[in-house]
Design a protein around this ligand. Structure first.
Ligand SMILES: *[C@@H]1O[C@H](CO)[C@@H](O)[C@H](O)[C@H]1NC(C)=O
Ligand SMILES: *[C@@H]1O[C@H](CO)[C@@H](O)[C@H](O)[C@H]1NC(C)=O
Ligand SMILES: *[C@@H]1O[C@H](CO)[C@@H](O)[C@H](O)[C@H]1NC(C)=O
Ligand SMILES: *[C@@H]1O[C@H](CO)[C@@H](O)[C@H](O)[C@H]1NC(C)=O
Ligand SMILES: *[C@@H]1O[C@H](CO)[C@@H](O)[C@H](O)[C@H]1NC(C)=O
Ligand SMILES: *[C@@H]1O[C@H](CO)[C@@H](O)[C@H](O)[C@H]1NC(C)=O
Ligand SMILES: *[C@@H]1O[C@H](CO)[C@@H](O)[C@H](O)[C@H]1NC(C)=O
Ligand SMILES: *[C@@H]1O[C@H](CO)[C@@H](O)[C@H](O)[C@H]1NC(C)=O
Length: 380
């Protein structure tokens, strides 16, 4: 046993403290810089709103609760919250002016930090190269969401929030966005792989693969839903975490998708992602909204009745931009005035009537415009 004389301790301790304080200053300054660079996607963390009952809502659930048994409110195309026409105009030098108007791409109006503080626990993010084909950033199809924010910045934002909310578990679904005109190459895949397998990531991401465990195992961490495959990365780079929802198995625009994400345990994700409503032109807001509401509730209804051990993901989000007048994501979610309620208004009473049942994950657009919707999804 090593004995350290008392006088030596008295000398060493203050020195260590001073140097570790300096380290803390450096670390906190570096973190602030990263979070500020992430602000176009993360927003600014203003803490739990005083009126929010859902800021740390998972605290009340036991550790043993299985994630597949939970009702998790999520946001579709989460990173589009600040993609207004003003933002699109400011990015014309990267995208050119010949792109459709911003309201076709904007699906949210609360920042990622606001979403977290309001109780959203599943995020749908799509990455590709930022301008310059060097760093990785966020897009929605041809809409570039920020030219400077990187995936790393945004992950740091989630890590910081989780450190402050250690009872909460957050799921991140990540797609590769192929419609951006930027290259897809080995360098891009190596970069995202390195991010996901770094030492820091191993601390903040649930490290199991091919299975979803309990809330207790997922608290204070991110759980990965990988919606892309590696096409160029050598097979030797094979450290996988989370669950694989392969894009080739994710049937486009389908009201009922089944993806086996683990063959040996027969784990299946049941997904409704009917987003482009196929009605004839001129069908109108009400008809388009009714079709989407039908598809969404049919799927959630199944989540309440079938396969209690499997994952259910229902997208309440949709658009029909080729209609005349077009149904933007906002019109689909929120309707048009009081005479045409949107999917969100219609979902609220439907979910409340089924309070206590398993809904699974419900992905929403403009979730905050209908008060009580988050509580109704969770079943509070
Ligand atoms: C949101 O967009 C506006 C308009 O483009 C911009 O001025 C503002 O800085 C953006 N907000 C953040 C947090 O980046
Ligand atoms: C990025 O990639 C695109 C598509 O391959 C190419 O047109 C563009 O010149 C590249 N930009 C840079 C800065 O390399
Ligand atoms: C399938 O699930 C089992 C049990 O959770 C796990 O040990 C295994 O690694 C998973 N297989 C794959 C291919 O992900
Ligand atoms: C899945 O995880 C297990 C243990 O956590 C590991 O042994 C295995 O290599 C992983 N599978 C892949 C494909 O990375
Ligand atoms: C499960 O098996 C099928 C058929 O062999 C295969 O195509 C699929 O990739 C496998 N899924 C996983 C997650 O390993
Ligand atoms: C929606 O579903 C209900 C009940 O299943 C059915 O009566 C109605 O015709 C459907 N409406 C549309 C627009 O699909
Ligand atoms: C609901 O479950 C039934 C029975 O498994 C299935 O036939 C049907 O296709 C499912 N519908 C949806 C929308 O998932
Ligand atoms: C509602 O629809 C009418 C007719 O299409 C349109 O003139 C009006 O601007 C819409 N109102 C809102 C709030 O979207």
């Amino acid at each position: 046993m090593l004995l350290i004389p008392f006088y030596a301790l008295a000398f060493v301790v203050p020195v260590l403290t001073a140097s570790s304080k300096a380290q803390q200053h450096l670390a906190s300054d570096a973190l602030s810089t990263i979070i500020a660079n992430g602000a176009p996607i993360l927003g600014v963390d203003t803490g739990c709103p005083r009126t929010s009952k859902t800021c740390d809502w998972m605290r009340k659930y036991p550790d043993s609760t299985k994630l597949v048994h939970m009702n998790l409110p999520g946001t579709h195309d989460s990173a589009t919250w600040n993609y207004t026409q003003e933002t699109q105009d400011s990015l014309f030098r990267y995208t050119g002016t010949a792109i459709p108007p911003a309201d076709i791409y904007q699906c949210q109006d609360k920042s990622l930090f606001d979403m977290l503080n309001l109780g959203i626990r599943v995020f749908d993010l799509r990455f590709a190269y930022n301008p310059g084909n060097d760093t990785l950033g966020f897009h929605h199809n041809v809409a570039l969401l920020s030219p400077t924010t990187t995936v790393e910045d945004v992950w740091f934002g989630f890590y910081q929030w989780l450190d402050e909310h250690p009872t909460e578990a957050v799921l991140i679904s990540l797609n590769y966005e192929s419609g951006t005109g930027t290259p897809r190459d080995l360098k891009l895949e190596q970069h995202i792989y390195d991010i996901m397998t770094s030492r820091l990531a191993s601390r903040y991401w649930v490290q199991t693969n091919g299975s979803l465990g309990t809330l207790g195992e997922a608290r204070g961490k991110l759980t990965f839903l990988q919606r892309f495959t590696y096409n160029f990365l050598p097979a030797t780079e094979s450290k996988r975490i989370g669950i694989q929802l392969s894009p080739s198995a994710w049937t486009d625009n389908s009201p009922a998708i089944e993806i086996v994400y683990n063959n040996s345990t027969n784990q299946i994700a049941f997904i409704e992602d009917y987003y482009e409503i196929g009605l004839p032109v001129g069908s109108g807001y009400a008809e388009n909204i009714q079709w989407k509401f039908n598809a969404t509730t049919a799927h959630i209804e199944n989540a309440t009745k079938h396969n209690p051990e499997q994952l259910y993901i229902s997208f309440a989000s949709a658009e029909h931009d080729s209609d005349s007048p077009p149904e933007t994501p906002k019109i689909m979610a929120l309707g048009n005035g009081t005479d045409t309620p949107g999917v969100n208004q219609k979902l609220l009473p439907w979910l409340k009537e089924r309070k206590g049942q398993r809904f699974g994950i419900i992905m929403l657009d403009f979730f905050d415009s209908v008060p009580g919707l988050i509580e109704a999804v969770i079943g509070l």
